[in-house]
Structures are given as structure tokens and as C-alpha cells.
Design a binder for this molecule. Structure first.
Ligand SMILES: [Zn+2]
Length: 63
């Protein structure tokens, strides 16, 4: 039983939770290097910043 090389760090976004409905007000847009973006609350934005290398976080304009 050979040892398989570990999985590469995923290219997928690892913050699937961010795609879950969130009760918090979206405050930022998070964009990854591939250009995918979503809006997130402050908590999820902080998570995304930690999890996504080179994520671009842009505050949403206040309404
Ligand atoms: Zn949230």
C-alpha cells in the first residue's frame, strides 16, 4: 500500500460556509485571484482573508 502524495492545497475556495445564507449584513466583497467574488459579513470576510491567499477585500459602500 503505497503512500500517496498529499493532496495539493485546494485551488477551490475553502470557505464554502461563506456561501451559506448569513444573517449578518454583508460588509465586504471578497475577490480571489481567479476573479471570483462574493459579498460577506465582517466575520466571514475575516475568515476569508485568513483562508484565501491574496484575496482582495473591498469594503462595500454604505447604503
Ligand atoms: Zn457571514
Amino acid at each position: 500500500m503505497g503512500v500517496r502524495p498529499g493532496r495539493r492545497p485546494g485551488r477551490r475556495w475553502t470557505y464554502d460556509r461563506l456561501r451559506q445564507p448569513c444573517a449578518e449584513l454583508a460588509t465586504h466583497t471578497v475577490t480571489d485571484t481567479a476573479g471570483a467574488s462574493l459579498t460577506a459579513c465582517t466575520v466571514h470576510t475575516a475568515e476569508a482573508e485568513q483562508q484565501i491567499t491574496r484575496a482582495t477585500v473591498t469594503p462595500l459602500p454604505h447604503g
